[in-house]
Design a protein around this ligand. Structure first.
Ligand code: PLP
Length: 393
């Protein structure tokens, strides 16, 4: 079976370094908020080219903490795409705000900026732009609308590490951007992990407070920032894991949402490979494009101004169910992304959407599917996949 992603092969490619790094962490007995987390945050910030990177427990928490740091709460509305992974919409609901869904472009699968503007009202506080499947959302238009209406922009960059738009890395094109290091992501750890990045130092202080129960030095600084208090704040003890008395002083209702040292140690190694891995994905995507371009399939759109990193290689077919069943018989895995658009999810039924409201998202949900694409996929395997798809009638 050719899997959709082969994490065993990815691990094998870093095993020597990763095993050593993980053992070092185990021997150090410093498992939470240690040197690897500190260094990985610095390295990730440099890689994205942002001032602040705050690691958290997963990409969903990254979104929740980002929205909380922006002060989004009950009574507010947040506009986003209907064609995304549930966590984007879930985070909005989690902070008590109302998700407002817009339709997507049939070629790029990203939000149509003009549709955003139609949904803005006095309750709108933010727009979450998702770079779906690794394809950059047209951020200049999103930012223009946001600026005009004075609302925040959040990037859900969970699927788009190392993507860029007009020469700028995804993650630098908004007030605050969120990444996921779920194992199958382009940069994935050996468990759950996430990151929030921003150029706003005050937001970073609030995020650092929120991820540890609103406590300690950052908790107090965040409290002061949120309440306009000007005072000196005592520094946290250097080693927070042993005994840090400040950690028992709480200033905000926060979360326990930390990336752990083992995950950070692995991510530091993989971050050094991401450029090569991305190039390999792009190269393979081009081979697929070439092979399928004259077939009865829709291949991923290529935008001149955006670097697509192909978190998933998505095809559209009118005969999706038959084609994916045929491929399964041939030992080729596929995945359906996404079978139910957000506006039709049961959990959101009280929002009052009905079928036909966002026709493009609904149309795509019946046609799109992913075929295997990952850095370690061999040319022979790719040829086998291409041949099988060509064989399907
Ligand atoms: C677009 C999108 N947003 C958010 C998330 C949530 O990330 P996590 O699974 O790390 O919580 C994911 C991935 O799962 C995602 O694909």
């Amino acid at each position: 079976m050719i899997p959709l992603m082969n994490l065993k092969k990815q691990y094998a490619s870093v095993a020597e370094e990763a095993d050593k790094a993980v053992l070092d962490v185990l021997h150090s007995a410093q498992y939470i908020m240690g040197q690897n987390v500190k260094e990985f945050e610095k390295e990730f910030a440099k890689f994205i080219d942002v001032k602040e990177a705050v690691s958290v427990a997963n990409g969903t928490d990254a979104l929740i903490l980002a929205l909380k740091a922006l002060g989004i709460k009950e009574g507010d509305e947040v506009i986003t795409t209907s064609y995304t992974f549930f966590a984007t919409a879930e985070a909005i609901g989690f902070v008590g705000a109302k998700p407002v869904f817009v339709d997507v472009d049939l070629a790029t699968y990203n939000m149509i900026p003009e549709k955003i503007e139609e949904k803005i009202n006095e309750k709108t506080k933010a727009i979450i732009a998702v770079h779906i499947f690794g394809q950059p959302c047209p951020m200049d238009k999103v930012n223009e609308i946001a600026k005009k209406h004075n609302v925040y922009v959040v990037e859900d960059a969970a699927q788009a590490v190392n993507a860029s738009y007009k020469g700028k890395k995804i993650g630098t094109l908004s007030d605050i951007a969120c990444f996921s290091f779920f194992p199958t992501k382009n940069l994935g750890c050996a468990g759950d992990g996430g990151m929030v990045v921003t150029n706003n130092e005050d937001l970073a202080v609030i995020l650092r407070a929120l991820r540890v129960h609103g406590s300690g030095e950052n908790g107090q600084k965040a409290y002061n920032l949120l309440n306009d208090i000007d005072e000196e704040v005592q520094e946290d003890a250097a080693d927070q894991t042993v005994y840090n008395p400040l950690k028992y002083y709480n200033y905000l209702i926060g979360h326990n949402s930390r990336l752990d040292e083992i995950q950070a140690s692995i991510l530091r190694i993989k971050l050094r490979k991401i450029e090569d891995w991305t190039n390999r994905r792009i190269e393979m995507a081009k081979r697929y494009d070439e092979a399928f371009k004259d077939m009865d399939l829709v291949i991923p759109a290529v935008q001149e101004q955006g670097k697509h990193v192909y978190h998933l290689y998505i095809l559209q077919s009118e005969k999706r169910e038959e084609l994916t069943a045929f491929l399964r018989e041939k030992g080729i895995a596929t995945g359906t992304y996404y079978p139910v658009p957000m506006h039709l999810q049961k959990v959101f039924k009280d929002l009052g959407y009905k079928e036909g409201d966002l026709p493009n998202a609904e149309y795509l949900s019946k046609r799109t599917f992913a075929i295997p694409l990952f850095a370690e996929l061999t040319q022979e395997e790719q040829d086998e996949i291409i041949a099988a798809i060509k064989e399907f009638k």
